[in-house]
Design a protein. Sequence first.
Length: 606
Amino acid sequence: MSKETHKLEHIRNFAIIAHIDHGKSTLADRLIQTCGGVEERELEEQMLDNMDIERERGITIKAQTVRLRYTAKDGIEYQLNLMDTPGHVDFAYEVSRSLAACEGSVLVVDSTQGVEAQTLANVYQALDNDHEIVTAINKIDLPAADPESVKKEVEDVIGLDCTDAVECSGKSGIGVENLLETIVKQLPPPHEGNPDEPTQALLVDSWYDAYLGVVILVRVKHGYLTKGQKVKFMNTGAERIVDRVGVFTPKHLITDVLGPGEMGFITAGIKEISETQVGDTITDLKRPCSAALPGFKPSIPMVFCSLFPVDSSEFDKLRDSLGKLALNDASLHYEMETSQALGLGFRCGFLGLLHMEIIQERLEREFDLDLIPTAPSVVYHIYKTDGTMEELYNPADLPDVVKIDHIEEPWIKATILTPDEHLGSLLQLCQERRGEQIDLTYAGDRAMLVYKIPLNEVVFDFYDRLKSISRGYASFDYELDGYAENDLVKMEIRVNQEPVDALAMIVHRSVTETRGRALCKRLKELIPRQMFKIAIQAAIGGKIIAAEHLSAMRKDVTAKCYGGDVSRKRKLLEKQKKGKKKMREYGNVQIPQSAFINALKMGDDN
């Protein structure tokens, strides 16, 4: 078998990092096209964004990798392994995995927008991984482009030297050749890689393919991975025979061998993604390497919410659908739970609100499910009077107050970059959300705010409020910053004396009345009138802190059908019946499923 692979010094492994919407997926497409990875007729926008939802939202969710061949001006052919990473704050975990598999990064900065919060976060992650960084100032063909001031901003805010920054446009292809030359000249080859040492490869990512089973993305450090080789996964202890070795160009290309410093994929007849731990080391079974490579920290869910099927008979379908999504998304956590009012469902853990939204959308779209999501919440630490501590994932499960000594909530350290004119409003937003200011600095006419904020205050609509206050110009990034004790209580929403556990939430005592009043008022608008009067109340323990009343009304859907038009009457009654399927009964009150999530988007009320 041929073991001809590229010389180590002619390999470049690099990630493309940027803030969301700065054009890195378009630039990646252009690099692929320039290197002949696809022909003009096959070119489609966002080639590395495979999911429909990625294309529609214009974001990258999964990090994708592709191998390119580039012949430089010095006549040498280089192997470029490019990783396109997500730019959204929720997918920082995907970014960290990609960076650990590379030696360099191309930092893409929009020449009309400048440095944003996620630009900073990604650069710091790249520097933590000892990366060399090439700066690409993108979208220079736009009328509003100002590459010189953006270079100065990169130097002032991030501290990167922009003397050799490349000005380019992913859309038109300007400067792309120049960028490729800079990549091969300035980014280093793999630091080490000995073909004669035992196989040692890092498992970077894995996903489920309907035809191939589990596909594993690997970065080979030493030795080789070849077809037919018996390998061992060092963390799980699993032993497998490699049945396919290949690379993405971006099409699947079978190569039979991956050598030191190279990236590619293998399959080994694995059916369950749980068998492939991201960060594991793959080695030869007969001649194993002496030590495992440093892995990755596992992804930690930040936001939790429960999902219940509107039609309880679809519970098994929901379980199967979550199982299929988890095959492609190792960061999705879920376990079964029961609710008095909603029946059987699943408590799910997500990396953030966007991740939660995307999973819900995929369940409804790809698996045709009608779902009721509960209020998103975070993990609280409940310290009991008997000295024990338990983690609380669902506010409805909070123990009796007499058994609780104190409650701790998670805090985040948030970095916000904003044009100066929106600073006052954003300071007010952070104060409203119980934030504590740590730092305020300036770079030109933009302010950089650093705040400590309880995560609970961010999960509802903080991101939306931030964007609307700043007319879309402010950017936001956060990292977890430990737990702290606070005066927290459980607020319950009752409809006709029945607790609606989908809307139970833990809030700070100081804002209970404001939140309770706003939520009751919102529900009054969202719950359709019934044939009897309805009381909507917010309560803490036995104390009612806010209340609204919805007056009675009777609606006859067939009233407008005069004469004997039986078929039309039947159609209208069927339509009403279908609408009722999307409702949930609390006691004797019908609540539409849309009310649950809309009630939480309280906008300026809170």
